[in-house]
Design a protein around this ligand. Structure first.
Ligand SMILES: [Zn+2]
Length: 441
């Protein structure tokens, strides 16, 4: 009999491995931060003595969801202003608030709120882009969630960084400060081709080469961005980045709505994945990403929530539902984006997009133990014929009951174990008051 720190038993286990194996009455043995073994409850309980046993009857056991594009310190901007043109929204609401509040304490508190919210929604890894990332890293560590923290790079001075060199120094010092962390990775996130000069994009690429980082950048979110690039550079954004040599390093694009077929082929050639943020695309009326063409060309597609300010939540289950339905309707083809494929987009495909599929994205022995349980023992979830269909079309995030990240239990039966939820709610109210006063709302 071997010892396991945690055994989860009696659940419907979705491995999301290559064969998409499903184990009924399944169980997982976790030792330290890794998955030691998977099998039927009979097999696992015969082999392992558990330090802690989690009973999962009537529940789905699956890999944690991966949020491939977000800005978690924007959580306090939830619903600050909606239904406005992008420029009005930025100039009258977001920028004045950021110029007043973009400091370490604000970023830490807002990121902690966002991290806790994501755990409640079954998200175990997020790919972030914002400023003062050390504070987001501190918050993520405290909440116990895995994060890839991209320090935003723009040409204008921001968040105390005077120029690109200072941003690069910040990323280097953040990397060494969190070098021992099992949860946190740091990278640099050039904001977009319209906000970063070619010299700064190249600096980011050089840093990425030096430390083997994944570059995270917004690309072709609006049609205007493409028209401006053609006017300024004589070519579309992806073409411009390719000619600059920026795409020679590992890159993930956020949005990728306004790309042509040639650009999609370049993305495939350079193994660039794209994070689609459907709710934000719709709310800001940015357009419809060519998801069908991406998939036909073999580009890895994953999903993100984007920041709360343009969504207005950090919920991947609603993102999955909406993305699947939207692209069926858009292509007038209900066979597009089948449920199992959409589930892969928030698990193994997202892990591949973030270069973490060796360790994450599926439940397999030796991989890291990032595991969630979803309750299907409810009126609204019964009967269940196909768990993938349920994940995409039936369940909402309140079905997420238990979350394990890096082998640690961070939520059990919807109770957060790492942070005080009531305290976070109270603090959000305090910030709301301060932000309203600042904006004279
Ligand atoms: Zn974004």
């Amino acid at each position: 009999m071997q010892k396991a720190d945690i055994v989860i038993r009696d659940g419907l286990l979705l491995t999301i491995n290559r064969e998409m194996d499903i184990i009924e009455n399944g169980a997982v043995a976790i030792c330290g931060n890794k998955i030691k073994a998977l099998g039927t409850t009979e097999e696992i309980t015969a082999d392992f003595q558990a330090g802690k046993t989690i009973f999962a009857k009537g529940k789905i056991i699956m890999p944690g969801l991966i949020n491939a594009h977000t800005h978690i310190p924007m959580t306090y901007f939830r619903g600050i202003a909606d239904d406005l043109p992008l420029q009005t929204w930025l100039q009258d609401y977001i920028w004045p608030t950021e110029s007043r509040f973009l400091n370490r304490e604000f970023v830490y508190h807002a990121a902690l709120h966002g991290a806790a919210e994501m755990i409640k929604n079954g998200i175990t890894l997020f790919n972030d882009m914002y400023f003062l990332g050390k504070e987001s890293a501190r918050a993520a560590t405290e909440a116990g969630i895995r994060g890839i923290i991209g320090e935003g790079l723009l040409d204008i001075p921001l968040a105390g960084h005077k120029n690109a060199d200072e941003v690069i120094d910040y990323v280097k010092s953040a990397r060494s400060e969190f070098a021992g962390s099992e949860l946190i990775d740091f990278t640099i996130a050039p904001h977009a081709v319209y906000s970063c000069s070619s010299a700064n994009l190249i600096k980011a690429r050089k840093l990425a080469e030096e430390f083997d980082l994944l570059l995270h950048i917004h690309v072709s979110e609006t049609e205007q961005e493409v028209l401006d690039a053609i006017q300024k550079f004589g070519k579309r954004p992806v073409h411009y980045l390719e000619d600059l040599g920026f795409l020679e390093q590992n890159v993930i694009f956020a949005h990728g709505i306004w790309v042509d077929e040639w650009e999609i082929r370049i993305m495939k050639k350079r193994s660039i994945a794209v994070a689609i943020t459907t709710e934000s695309h719709l709310k800001l009326a940015s357009g419809f990403a060519p998801v069908r063409s991406y998939l036909e060309n073999g580009v890895t597609v994953c999903l993100g929530t984007d920041g709360v300010s343009s969504n207005n939540n950090l919920d991947l289950l609603t993102e999955m539902d909406l993305t699947a339905k939207l692209h069926k309707a858009y292509n007038q083809d209900p066979t597009q984006l089948q449920a199992a494929q959409v589930v892969r987009m928030v698990t193994i495909d997202a892990a591949r997009a973030l270069h973490k599929d060796e360790f994450l994205g599926s439940l397999e022995p030796g991989k890291l133990a990032d595991i969630i349980l979803l309750d299907t023992n409810t009126l609204e979830a019964q009967p269940m014929y196909n768990p993938y269909s349920h994940l995409v079309y039936t369940l909402n995030s309140s079905a997420v009951s238990t979350v394990i990240i890096n082998g640690s239990l961070v939520m059990e039966e919807r109770k957060l174990l790492t942070v005080d939820e009531a305290e976070l709610i109270g603090r959000a109210g305090d910030y709301r008051q301060m932000i309203r006063e600042n904006l004279n709302l």
